[in-house]
Design a protein around this ligand. Structure first.
Ligand SMILES: C[S@@+](CC[C@H](N)C(=O)[O-])C[C@H]1O[C@@H](n2cnc3c(N)ncnc32)[C@H](O)[C@@H]1O
Length: 333
């Protein structure tokens, strides 16, 4: 058997089902918003273990300052949200689309609040619960299986909510924000980082359009929003906007958010997410798949991730896309 790290397909999927899951992912991606749930579930069933291997337990980007490590930048991006929401012990907070819980555990530990991690992916949620227990954070961190388009929680149950790169998966932003608004108590703050095209994006430019489509295809997204979609969606849901800005601009120009996808930097651990590491993985998978040492569909799954990474880097370089359009908004009393 090939080393586990070469295989982009998670243990959520039986080897014999890998190719079929990939084809269901592609089909749901073509059908878009109508099949958002199947799109997200098949995507994360396929790639969660590989994300963890290449990226760690926090599945998001971060603006880096020169001299800070990848891990420090990720931690600072999470801390920024906790500070912005003035989280405190005794508060009950909703993490919307919690992944395997890297941000949930870091924020709960730092601010002492209780955090409920909501996720539509049962596979990720199982991992999240296991990691919470392993970290001894069961008293602060719990999990909730469900869809953020219909949150299984009572009205007004949370003192704050945040999402880190989860609502880009929503088929309808205003509807997602309206659900979050419902489960917050009056006066509560909702903060987040969303994926957006920037004002430099030109829908009449074929290169821009293609990059946008490739990012959507490689990341299980129905439709990438504009800054105005976020601002309008929050307002339509009833939120009062406190602040919005593109945190990509907070990075050192020498270390933009997409840099970890380009080069491994000074740390060998960064190799799997770098362009070179991804090419090595793809080549190795071709060979391994031909001798049936990895499931059929492994190389094609790695290619989906390569499309994602290459198009993110290209769109980042052109300045037409950001994965960190930040907002804080309040549910009025
Ligand atoms: C890019 S990952 C980010 C995960 C986590 N916030 C982090 O930063 O590590 C997006 C997450 O949103 C979750 N998600 C996507 N659509 C969802 C939905 N409709 N309801 C609940 N969770 C969803 C995915 O399963 C995944 O965990």
């Amino acid at each position: 058997m090939a080393p586990e790290f070469h295989n982009p397909i998670s243990r959520a999927i039986r080897a014999e089902d890998a190719a079929d899951t990939l084809s269901r992912y592609r089909g749901s991606q073509e059908r878009g918003a109508d099949e958002y749930a199947a799109m997200v579930e098949t995507f994360y069933d396929l790639i969660t273990d590989f994300y963890e291997y290449a990226w760690g337990r926090s599945f998001h980007f971060a603006p880096a300052k020169d001299g800070t490590s990848f891990e420090e930048a990720i931690a600072a991006h999470q801390r920024f949200l906790g500070e912005t929401m003035t989280l405190k012990p005794g508060m009950t907070v909703l993490d919307v689309g919690c992944g395997v819980g890297g941000p949930q555990r870091a924020i709960a530990k730092r601010f002492g609040c209780s955090i409920v991690g909501l996720n539509i992916s049962e596979y990720q949620l199982g991992k999240c619960a296991a990691y919470n227990a392993e970290a001894g954070l069961d008293d602060l961190c719990s999990v909730l299986h469900g869809d953020f388009m219909a949150i299984p929680a009572e009205d007004g149950s949370f003192d704050a909510a945040y999402h880190i790169e989860a609502i880009p998966h929503a088929p309808d932003k205003t509807a997602a924000y309206t659900e979050i608004f419902r489960v917050l108590r009056p006066g509560a703050v909702f903060a987040g980082y969303d994926w957006c095209v920037t004002p430099l994006y030109d829908g009449g430019n074929p290169e821009h359009r293609e990059l946008k489509q490739r990012i959507e295809y490689g990341n299980a997204l129905p439709q990438i929003a504009s800054f105005a979609d976020i601002v309008d969606g929050l307002r339509e849901a009833g939120f009062e906007r406190i602040e919005t800005h593109d945190r990509a601009a907070d990075a050192d120009p020498r270390t933009p958010w997409y840099r970890p996808l380009q080069s491994s930097g000074q740390f060998l651990g960064g190799l799997p997410r770098s362009a070179l590491g991804r090419r090595i993985t793809s080549a190795a998978l071709s060979v391994l798949e031909s001798v049936r040492a990895v499931p059929k569909g492994s190389r094609a799954t790695a290619e989906v991730l390569n499309v994602a990474a290459d198009s993110l880097v290209a769109a980042g370089r052109l300045g037409i896309f950001t994965p960190m359009y930040y907002h804080t908004a309040r549910k009025r009393y």
